[in-house]
Design a binder for this molecule. Structure first.
Ligand SMILES: Nc1ncnc2c1ncn2[C@@H]1O[C@H](COP(=O)(O)OP(=O)(O)OP(=O)(O)O)[C@@H](O)[C@H]1O
Length: 552
């Protein structure tokens, strides 16, 4: 074997090879733009010098309290300055950040704390009662630190936990923080929310976080000094890496404790917000306030949506309201969005409805993702690019997780055949863009035919009275399964099940028309995702009741 001559005497050394980590973005931002406002939270304004100093203090205080490489620090915080500091301070101590979804119940939180072997928990005052309940159930006994956010209006309760600012003040502002020894070292652990079953601890590394944080800015053309509003929970997949992206472009974070239309519109107008992210539910909130109160803004605003398929009607409404919407797709396992609906300028000349159809496709790979395909999971061969043949969406590249923490079996299954199996079913179009049709667990199989729940939902969303639609499989004696639709109506709208079924017949093949339409409040996860497994259980009960009535 011949040796590559360019490898002789040209080795890696500390001058030419340093582990990639997004932590260095903050160091740079603070040294180049120390006075630029990094964080806005209510009346608070904190510049990059202060943000960096406080993150180092946090790292130092953690280190003084025994946190080192590979130790888990949990954070149960709203979208506040403390949560941003945790995204830097925890990994700067060598620790691994475990962000806890603040709307989980105590037993699930206890499971996560135990599984992640948490050593410190930093908790917002609002969530103290919940964490205390969780700790009573957990085996681990982490040190508890309470963050008293001045923007939280609730009453203080007695606690023995140390105050966050007091803890921080014990830290050295010039702390010589720990670079990762290897860019493969873990930076964060995030538990999947369990919309499809067992929560799994997804481990991300510094390299992936660095690449995706930059990828966010590059893929979506985020400019220097962008102003970013925190409508996406940072506990969800590290806010899709945007806590790190903003330091790369020296932008401003506008924090938000609660996702409500009033503060969102106020921030758009008063803080000059240029970018925000969220599931389609956040767009619905924004649109209802726009339509009811005629709210507007006078600058360019980019909205990045992911987490669930955005209904075409909502995309069209957002465009009319003046938002430039970019559709992203990804999973916790891919650090957040790793696929983008990369827009071609000429598509903007098409009729609005056609634009919305094109925009509802999930798209193509992010810059730092090397492989994205729709494969037949049996043969591992790509499906034809015909926009019709379904396969499983698979990922390969540097923004795919390390694996599932302490779960080698699940890790092996997820990476079988050298690709990460997403569990999402989709198609690929001749131009290479992918579109999700369903999750493998959500597909409805009726008389041997596959029915995409998303396609049925799209038909329902076209009806003006429908605010939210979720379609799941309902057991059926003859067909095996049939679609069952759960619907929330827009305020003041009035329509019955028969009318909606008749409406669907105009858009869908007869076997795809829901056999039942149920009007009720649809259960969601804290990130706004519809909990289809709960709806499936509900549909099963309804089917059983139906059969009992028939046999009486
Ligand atoms: N743009 C999108 N359109 C449709 N679905 C999306 C989009 N973006 C994300 N998703 C869905 O969200 C899933 C990823 O979500 P996430 O990683 O947060 O897991 P989860 O739903 O919270 O938990 P679990 O993995 O336990 O089900 C994807 O697999 C996909 O089904």
């Amino acid at each position: 074997m011949t040796t590559n001559p360019y490898n002789i005497d040209l080795d890696r050394n500390p001058a030419n090879h340093i582990p990639l980590t997004p932590l260095t973005f903050l160091d740079r931002a603070a040294s180049v733009f120390p006075n630029h406002i990094a964080i806005v939270h209510g009346a608070l304004r904190r510049n990059y010098a202060e943000f960096y100093m406080r993150s180092r203090q946090l790292a130092s205080a953690l280190a003084q309290n025994g946190i080192g490489r590979g130790d888990t620090v949990s954070a149960m915080l709203a979208n506040t300055p403390a949560m941003l500091e945790c995204h830097y301070g925890v990994p700067m101590s060598g620790g691994v950040l475990h962000s806890v979804n603040t709307r989980l119940d105590a037993s699930v939180i206890a499971f996560q704390l135990d599984h992640a072997m948490s050593k410190v928990v930093i908790v917002d005052r609002e969530f103290m009662p919940l964490i205390e309940k969780a700790l009573a159930l957990a085996n681990v006994t982490p040190r508890v630190i309470q963050y008293d956010d001045p923007e939280f209006p609730g009453p203080a309760t007695a606690t023995e936990a140390q105050d966050y600012n007091a803890f921080l003040s014990t830290g050295d502002p010039d702390f010589d923080w720990l670079m990762p020894l290897d860019e493969w070292d873990a930076i964060a652990i995030n538990y999947t929310s369990g919309t499809t079953g067992d929560p799994k601890g997804v481990v991300s590394h510094h390299r992936g976080a660095y690449l995706l944080a930059q990828g966010n800015a590059l893929t979506t053309s985020m400019a220097k000094h962008a102003v970013y509003l925190w409508t996406l929970p940072m506990f969800h997949c590290n806010g899709w890496c945007f806590p790190w992206t903003l330091s790369a472009i020296v932008g401003t974070h506008v924090c938000l404790r609660q996702v409500r239309p009033e503060p969102i519109w106020a921030a758009l107008a008063d803080e000059g917000v240029t970018h925000l992210c969220g599931a389609p539910i956040v767009m619905s909130l924004i649109i209802s306030a726009h339509q009811a109160e005629k709210r507007t803004f006078d600058h360019q605003v980019q909205f990045f949506t992911a987490a669930a398929p955005p209904p075409e009607k909502l995309l069209a409404d957002m465009k009319t309201a003046g938002f430039d919407v970019t559709h992203l797709y990804g999973l916790t396992e891919t650090y957040g969005p790793a696929v983008v609906n990369d827009w071609h300028h000429e598509w903007s000349d098409l009729p609005l409805a056609e634009q919305a159809t094109l925009k509802s496709r999930q798209g193509v790979r992010y810059l730092p993702l090397e492989g994205l395909d729709v494969l037949d999971p049996e043969t591992m061969l790509p499906v034809p690019r015909d926009g019709e043949t379904m396969g499983e969406v698979m990922f390969r590249g540097n923004v795919v997780m390390k694996g599932y923490f302490r779960n080698p079996k699940a890790t092996q299954q997820a990476f079988a055949g050298g690709w990460f199996h997403s569990g999402d079913l989709g198609v690929r179009y001749p131009d290479g863009y992918i579109q999700l049709k369903d999750r493998s667990k959500d597909i409805i199989i009726s008389g041997g035919e596959n029915i995409s729940s998303i396609e049925v939902e799209e038909a329902l969303y076209r009806h003006p009275a429908v605010k939210t639609a979720a379609v799941v499989a309902m057991p059926h004696e003859k067909w095996g399964e049939t679609p069952c639709a759960f619907v929330e109506l827009s305020t003041g709208a009035d329509v019955d099940a028969a009318t909606l079924r008749a409406w669907c017949k105009d858009w869908l093949a007869p076997y795809k028309v829901p056999s039942m339409v149920v009007f009720m409040e649809i259960p969601r996860t804290s990130t706004g995702k519809i909990q289809k497994y709960m709806l499936r259980e509900h549909a099963k009960t309804l089917a059983e009741q139906n059969n009992e009535t028939k046999s009486c």
